[in-house]
Design a protein around this ligand. Sequence first.
Ligand code: FAD
Length: 385
Amino acid sequence: MTLTDEHLDDALAPVLDAARAAAPDVDATGRFPEEAVTALRGSGLLGLTLPADVGGMGGGPQALARALAHVASACGSTAMIYLMHVSAAMTVAAAPPPGHPKLLGQMADGTTLGTLAFSEPGSRSHFWAPTSQGQASNGTADAVTLDAKKSFVTSAGHADVYVTSTLAPPENAAGESAVDIYAVPAGRDGVSVAGPWRGLGLRGNASSPMTFQLDVSGDDRIGPSGGGFQLLLDAVMPWFNLGNAAVSVGLSQAAVDAAVAHASGSRLEHLGESLAQLPTIRAQLSRMSLDVTATRSYVDTAARSLASPDDGTMLHVLGVKAFANDAALRITDAAMRVCGGAAFSHHLQLERYFRDARAGHVMAPTADVLYDFYGKAITGLPLFE
Ligand SMILES: Cc1cc2nc3c(=O)[nH]c(=O)nc-3n(C[C@H](O)[C@H](O)[C@H](O)COP(=O)(O)OP(=O)(O)OC[C@H]3O[C@@H](n4cnc5c(N)ncnc54)[C@H](O)[C@@H]3O)c2cc1C
């Protein structure tokens, strides 16, 4: 069955209701948005981009961008939790680990929430270059002891499976900087949350540090030993960058909607006019509205390109997140300005969009790193040297 926008919107409706109702409290208290994640688990949407033969909905990049933008408009934290699950699921789908034959089906049907545990204190936002290294525990690359500290893991302590990276053991044939990626179930001994999460924005998404100190095997590995770097490029970056851009669009649209509603409804009684009747305010609203419209169009272009790859697809993968992240900073900043002191207080929720939008920008690959990569790509320089 082809996934239509109507079918997608029907599946989204209960998720949006739950996410929107809880978002102010999630933001104020920094708690995980359990009710929205429960709704996501029950909606089929955790399998949105997984193929029908594993129980997924078979949706493509455009469906994901649409879903994430809607969820982000309701609750940024829920949207990022959802995106990290999809990114983990698409990594698993690229090369399912042999010891976990039911994992993909469970990630599709909502039983198993996944996330990515890549960033490390040593290599910071350069998530493609872990500094932790697995040790061969019986002299082969297939039995490995992990000893990795991860600096930020969205859904830490809430996910059921962590897709995590480390350097392959030194004796690995692929070379000393070869990366391995493993699927590690949350219940294994040696998987632990290493601190609290208190963020400026996305305050509900539990992006705490974690440690992974345990034995894993080739049965847990996603792809061949030393094949992690290619998986990061081929499976993680396209979905994560597109999805992160879509989250930026959703937060931007929410800020535009809130600013338009406030400016239209707030009156200067002594002048007998609304804020929207001030030309300066109207011009700001126009720029914000056009900015989000242009950004959504570019996200759609990138999504179409990912669905039918061509020579320009890699540039879109590099450009779309940076473009949308920067637009979200501009738009949420302008919304704060347009709505003045009312935006500064919590009741409009505008300052939540403003704070949430700043997270996507610094999530790796960061917007600034992507501009650098994009510049390298258009000038014919290698990305990683
Ligand atoms: C809300 C949130 C959720 C997150 N969730 C996850 C998660 O689920 N999984 C995960 O693995 N990680 C996650 N992260 C971590 C994230 O992906 C980054 O690794 C982290 O934000 C990097 O922070 P840092 O201070 O180490 O950045 P740094 O690497 O110290 O960067 C500092 C600045 O330097 C810039 N910079 C660095 N290198 C270059 C370069 N080559 N060119 C130009 N500029 C450069 C960066 O853009 C940034 O502006 C999350 C982070 C946040 C904030």
